[in-house]
Structures are given as structure tokens and as C-alpha cells.
Write a protein that binds this ligand. Structure first.
Ligand SMILES: Cc1cc2nc3c(=O)[nH]c(=O)nc-3n(C[C@H](O)[C@H](O)[C@H](O)COP(=O)(O)O)c2cc1C
Length: 194
């Protein structure tokens, strides 16, 4: 098993089983999220755990593509102090760490964006969030309904897989697709990455 397998195998899970998440696992997921690094260690976040089914259903209507929240075992809603680029990056890091922490326990998750913008106020009212705070994302959380829950349905318009490494990475300057030869410490010969 590759050391990075946990990270590589993380997929969006939108269908969930009825199996409950034990409290110690949920607390570990939340506590791992709490340890996320943030810009200047400002930790500009609060988390709301939602288990109430009616609230989950109402939340699922606060996002154009957030329907999966209705069937999640629970949601973790990210409440952020700001909407500047650094805080948004902090939010992304927090979300990814929560997802990875869940996945380390075999628990699946998927982001539900609170979108378009006017639905944010609805989510605030639903969860009693003060108007000076931001709520852009809720995470559906639960054990996957089965192996098919890790794959997109065949008719999904969302692309599958990932772009090729060669297409994504440049070396030294934008667009250089091959790494330049590396000088060896002895000064002779060269090696290239393949
Ligand atoms: C910023 C962001 C917003 C997302 N919003 C939604 C969403 O509203 N609804 C949804 O079902 N998936 C959402 N996703 C999940 C993406 O669709 C998913 O990461 C992508 O399709 C890759 O899925 P895979 O890892 O299963 O291949 C979001 C992901 C990110 C990073």
C-alpha cells in the first residue's frame, strides 16, 4: 500500500447507509479538523453538527447541488469569520482535513455548497448563525451506502477521474513539460525524473 493511499482514495460520497457514526469517531473527525493550520493561525471557523432530519432536508435546499445533505447521517456546517481569499483557503484546508479524517475511519463525505448567494441567509436563519459570519459549505457525512456510492452514476455530467500529471505540472517555467537534467552532487552525469 502506498503511503499516500488514504489521500488518493478519497472520493465524494453522496449516498449513505443507515449505520450510525459512533460518538468517539465523530469527535475524532471534529478534533482532527480543529488542528488544521490557518493563515497566521487565526482559526477563523466554527463547526455546527446537524443530525436533525428536518434541518438536514431544509439545508439540502440551500444549495443547487446540495441534495445529498437530505440523506446524510449528519452534516458538519462550516461557519467562517470572513470571505477574503485567505479565509476561503483556510476553509478549504479545514474541509479537506475533515473529509480525510472521516475517510480514515471509513466514513464518507461530500461537500454541499450553499449556493447561490441568497440561500446563505436562509442557512443562517435555519442554524441561528449571526449575520456577520459566513456559511458557504456544509459537509454530508456518513458510511457509504455501498461500493457504488464511491463512483459517480454513468449518466452524471460531472467529469470522472483526474487530468494527467503531465498536463498539470510544469518544471521551472510554466509550460515546460519535462524536468531539466539534475546536476549530480559529484558534478558528472545527470538524472531525470520519469
Ligand atoms: C469547492 C467545492 C464545492 C463543491 N460543491 C459540491 C456541491 O455543491 N455538491 C456536490 O455534490 N459536490 C460538490 N463538490 C464535490 C465535487 O463535485 C467533487 O470533489 C468532484 O466531483 C470530484 O469527486 P471525486 O473525488 O469523487 O472524483 C464540491 C467540491 C469542492 C472542492
Amino acid at each position: 500500500m502506498r503511503e499516500t493511499e488514504l489521500i488518493r482514495s478519497l472520493r465524494a460520497v453522496r449516498q449513505f447507509s443507515d449505520r450510525q457514526i459512533p460518538d468517539d469517531i465523530l469527535l475524532d473527525i471534529l478534533d482532527t479538523g480543529r488542528w488544521t493550520g490557518s493563515s497566521k493561525n487565526t482559526q477563523p471557523w466554527n463547526l455546527i453538527v446537524v443530525r436533525n432530519r428536518e434541518t438536514l432536508v431544509a439545508l439540502s435546499k440551500c444549495g443547487q447541488f446540495a441534495g445529498h445533505l437530505a440523506g446524510a447521517t449528519l452534516a458538519i456546517v462550516l461557519v467562517m469569520d470572513g470571505d477574503d481569499p485567505w479565509t476561503c483557503m483556510d476553509e478549504g484546508r479545514l474541509m479537506q482535513n475533515l473529509m480525510l479524517a472521516a475517510w480514515a475511519h471509513g466514513v464518507g463525505s461530500c461537500i454541499g455548497s450553499i449556493y447561490p448567494g441568497d440561500t446563505e441567509q436562509r442557512a443562517r436563519e435555519l442554524l441561528g448563525i449571526p449575520s456577520n459570519l459566513f456559511v458557504r459549505t456544509a459537509l454530508s457525512v456518513g458510511y457509504p451506502a455501498g461500493p457504488q456510492a464511491l463512483r459517480l452514476p454513468a449518466n452524471s455530467p460531472v467529469p470522472k477521474g483526474r487530468r494527467l500529471l503531465d498536463e498539470v505540472v510544469s518544471w521551472e517555467r510554466f509550460g515546460n513539460r519535462r524536468p531539466p537534467p539534475r546536476p549530480s552532487p559529484q558534478g558528472g552525469g545527470s538524472s531525470t525524473l520519469v
